[in-house]
Design a protein around this ligand. Structure first.
Ligand code: AMP
Ligand code: MG
Length: 443
C-alpha cells in the first residue's frame, strides 16, 4: 500500500452535512464505560465509583474533645465560678484511662479522648488556673464541646455514591473509613497519533507537531493514561499498521490530520481498510472542525474508538472538546461530559455571517465586579491560529446568523473556569482591599 493507493481511492463524496448534536449522538452512543475494576485508593483520583461505598466503621472512633480546654463532669458546673481540681492532662493521640470524679477536671486538647466519667469540655478561654485549681466562667451543659463517636460517619452510611467522581474530598472520605481499594470504571488509555507529511519527523518539511503535545497534555489533565503513538506521514499502509498496533495498546485512539477532502487525507481514505464495527466520516455543521472521522475499531473481544480530528490546531482542539473529550469522559464513567456552558454579555462584537454552521470562537470570559460574565473574542480567529487560543479561557458558541453585537448575550464553553475570576477575587467575600494590597506582586 502506498501514497498512490490512497489517492486512487478518492471518490466523489455526497456525505451530507449533519448538525452538531447529531454527530455528538453518534459518538456518544458508541462510547460506553468499561467493566468496573478494583483500584488502589492512591491511584483513584478522578476515577468514578462504580458502586456505593458504605462504611463499616464509626468515625470518629471514640468520643473526643472539640476544643482545647478541660474535661469536666457537667453536673459540677451548673453555676458560675465553679472550682475544680486539675488531676491529669490528655493530649491528642493519648489514651484516657483515669476515670474523672466529681470535683475534678482534666486538661484536654482538641481530638484527645474524653476520659471516662467526664461529660463535657469547657474551652480554655473560659477558664483560669490558680495553681492546680481551675476556675470556670459560666455554666457547662452535658455534651458541650464533646464530639461523639460516630458523629460524622456510622456503620452502613454511604460515604461515596456510585457514579461520583473521586476528587480530593471523596478520597479523604474513603481514607477516613479505612478503604484502601475502590471499585471504579477504568479510565481509558488513550493513544495519540499525528499524521501528515508536512510534520517534522515525518517528511522533509518542518511543521512542528504541536497537536500531539496539546492532546497528550489535555488527556493528562483528565487523569487518563496516554500513549504517544508518534508521527506518521500520509502513507496509507503505515497508518493502517500504526492504528492496528494502537488497538493492542490503547482503549481509544485520537489521530490528527488527514480527515479532510484533500487527495492526501489518508486517515479518511484508509479507514475502510481497517477492521471496524462501525465507521463514519462526518461533515459537521460547525466552524472550525467541520470534517471528523469516527470509527469503532474491531479488536475483538474489544472495540477501540478512533477519533479522527482535523489537523489545524484550533480545529483539533474544538473537535477534541466537542467529541473526543466528552466521549472519553463517558468511557471513564463520568456524568458531566462537556465543559460547563454559561452565558454572559459581549463586551465586543462577535461578527459572523449566515452559513448554516455553528461557529466556535476563542474568547475571554471574565466575572465582573457586579458578578456578570463579560465575554470578548480573542485575537485573530483562524483554524490555524493557535495563538488565538493562547489567552482564551472559553469557546464562544455562535449559532448560525449574523453574530452577537456588543451588549448582547453570548454563550461560552468554559475551558478554564478558574480563569473566570481574576482581578480582585476576594471582593465577593466582602473584602474591600484590592488583591494587590494583600498579596504583593499579584494584580
Ligand atoms: P490536515 O487536516 O491534514 O489537512 O492538516 C491541516 C493543517 O494542519 C496542516 O497543513 C498543518 O499545517 C496543520 N497540522 C496538521 N497536523 C498537525 C500537527 N500534528 N501539529 C500542528 N499542526 C498540524
Ligand atoms: Mg494532512
Amino acid at each position: 500500500v502506498s501514497h498512490t493507493d490512497a489517492v486512487s481511492s478518492v471518490r466523489l463524496d455526497h456525505t451530507p452535512t449533519i448538525p452538531l448534536h447529531e454527530a455528538c449522538r453518534i459518538v456518544m452512543a458508541a462510547c460506553v464505560a468499561a467493566q468496573p475494576s478494583a483500584v488502589l485508593l492512591r491511584n483513584a483520583l478522578s476515577h468514578v465509583a462504580a458502586d456505593d461505598v458504605r462504611s463499616s466503621v464509626v468515625v470518629p472512633p471514640f468520643n473526643n474533645s472539640e476544643m482545647d480546654g478541660f474535661a469536666v463532669v457537667a453536673e459540677d458546673c451548673a453555676s458560675s465560678s465553679t472550682r475544680l481540681k486539675v488531676v491529669t492532662s490528655i493530649m491528642a493521640g493519648e489514651a484516657a484511662t483515669t476515670e474523672l470524679q466529681s470535683g475534678q477536671a482534666a486538661r484536654i486538647m482538641t481530638g484527645a479522648p474524653i476520659p471516662p466519667g467526664a461529660t463535657a469540655v469547657c474551652p480554655v478561654e473560659r477558664t483560669e488556673l490558680d495553681g492546680d485549681t481551675l476556675v470556670l466562667e459560666g455554666v457547662v451543659q452535658p455534651g458541650d464541646h464533646v464530639r461523639l463517636a460516630g458523629d460524622d460517619i456510622s456503620p452502613g452510611d454511604v460515604v461515596v455514591r456510585s457514579g461520583s467522581s473521586l476528587g480530593p474530598i471523596q478520597i479523604a472520605l474513603l481514607e477516613s473509613i479505612g478503604c484502601s481499594e475502590v471499585l471504579t470504571y477504568p479510565p481509558p488509555r488513550v493513544g495519540v497519533l499525528a499524521t501528515g507529511d508536512e510534520l517534522m519527523g515525518a517528511g522533509e518539511a518542518g511543521i512542528r507537531d504541536s497537536n500531539s503535545s496539546m492532546l497528550l497534555a489535555a488527556l493528562a489533565l483528565e487523569q487518563f493514561p496516554t500513549v504517544d503513538l508518534g508521527i506518521v506521514g500520509d502513507d496509507a499502509g503505515e497508518i493502517i499498521r500504526r492504528l492496528g498496533e494502537a488497538t493492542e495498546r490503547c482503549d481509544a485512539v485520537i489521530t490528527t490530520g488527514g480527515v479532510s477532502v484533500g487527495d492526501r487525507d489518508v486517515v479518511r481514505l484508509t479507514i475502510d481498510r481497517l477492521p471496524t464495527v462501525t465507521r463514519q466520516w462526518m461533515r459537521v455543521a460547525i466552524k472550525p472542525a467541520k470534517p471528523f472521522m469516527f470509527a469503532l475499531l474491531d479488536a475483538a473481544p474489544r472495540t477501540v474508538p478512533l477519533f479522527g480530528l482535523p489537523g489545524n490546531p484550533v480545529s483539533a482542539l474544538v473537535s477534541f472538546e466537542l467529541f473526543a473529550r466528552p466521549a472519553l469522559r463517558r468511557m471513564a464513567g463520568r456524568r458531566f461530559l462537556w465543559r460547563p456552558l454559561t452565558a454572559g454579555i459581549a463586551t465586543e462584537d462577535f461578527r459572523r455571517r449566515l452559513d448554516g454552521k455553528t461557529h466556535f470562537v476563542t474568547a475571554v470570559a471574565r466575572m465582573s465586579k457586579d458578578q456578570t460574565v463579560e465575554i470578548r473574542p480573542c485575537g485573530r480567529q483562524g483554524s490555524h491560529r493557535l495563538s488565538s487560543l493562547g489567552t482564551a479561557n472559553a469557546l464562544a458558541v455562535l449559532p448560525d446568523g449574523s453574530g452577537v453585537a456588543t451588549g448582547g448575550r453570548v454563550s461560552v464553553f468554559l475551558l478554564d473556569a478558574d480563569a473566570l475570576f481574576t482581578g480582585d477575587p476576594l471582593e465577593p467575600l466582602g473584602f474591600d482591599v484590592p488583591i494587590s494590597d494583600l498579596i504583593p506582586g499579584c494584580e
